[in-house]
Design a protein around this ligand. Structure first.
Ligand code: ADE
Length: 236
């Protein structure tokens, strides 16, 4: 691929990738620092966008306008929404949707996540990037790799009841705070994307305890998959 954008919300999610890049050029836009260079043979821009939907959507627009990226990978950690996804396991997105967007009080026919006037409820990830991300994940990871929907919102989910509502509303495998906004912005720009997430907690009442212990492990696992994906793309 000509040039790949790689977004993580937090330093822990992008630090390892930045450190592996060669021939770095560093620039600042919208208060974010963009690291452009070569990652495992693939030209890439790595950026820490900050937590949440607005930060991540803004970041996609800068990557499209200023760097002309031809694909976007979102790497990071997530809370599990399903019993057979344990800490450290990986999720590759088939699609991503919001769990905190609702116009149901305006009209009960609007499903959670539905943006009025939009033809999609959920933003589909690029099939080629999904396939290559799965291939990368299986070379890096001994544990479970699942493909499915990701649900995003401006909420850290650490409550069993809230978790169950998100599962019922979205059917997603995991939840985090940027993926759907990145997907949405990429979709608007017609740039292919994929989300690669590693599970750091169970998004229930144990999340508060799990998260600090497993954040670094999960972030490192995802970064390793992203690096492998860059290597595969370089050879593709
Ligand atoms: N990222 C990692 N774990 C999360 C959770 N439980 N909720 C939202 N974002 C997360």
């Amino acid at each position: 691929m000509e040039i790949l954008g790689i977004i993580g919300a937090m330093a822990v999610e992008v630090e390892a990738l930045k450190n592996k890049m060669k021939g770095l050029t560093v620039s600042e836009y919208a208060g974010m620092t963009f690291y452009e260079g070569n990652l495992s043979g693939q030209q890439a821009v790595v950026v820490e966008c900050g937590i949440g939907k607005v930060n991540s959507a803004l970041c996609v627009q800068v990557l499209c306008d200023r760097f002309g990226v031809k694909g976007i990978v979102n790497t990071g950690i997530a809370g599990s929404l399903c019993n057979d996804l344990d800490i450290g396991d990986l999720v590759i997105s088939t699609d991503a949707m919001y769990h905190d967007f609702t116009c149901q009080d305006l009209h009960p026919d609007y499903a959670v996540g539905q943006i009025p006037g939009f033809p999609v409820l959920s933003f589909p990830a690029d099939e080629g990037l999904q396939r290559l991300a799965c291939q990368a994940a299986r070379t890096v990871q001994e544990g479970a790799v699942q493909q499915g929907r990701i649900a995003s919102g401006d909420q850290f989910v650490g409550d069993r009841v809230r978790k169950e509502k998100i599962v019922a509303d979205t059917g997603a495998l995991c939840t985090e705070m940027e993926g759907a906004a990145i997907a949405h912005a990429a979709w608007r720009n017609q740039v292919p994307f994929v989300i690669i997430r590693a599970i750091s907690d169970k998004a229930d009442n144990s999340a508060e305890m799990d998260y600090p212990s497993f954040e670094a492990l999960a972030a490192a696992r995802c970064a390793a998959v992203t690096e492998k994906l860059a290597q595969i793309l370089a050879g593709a």
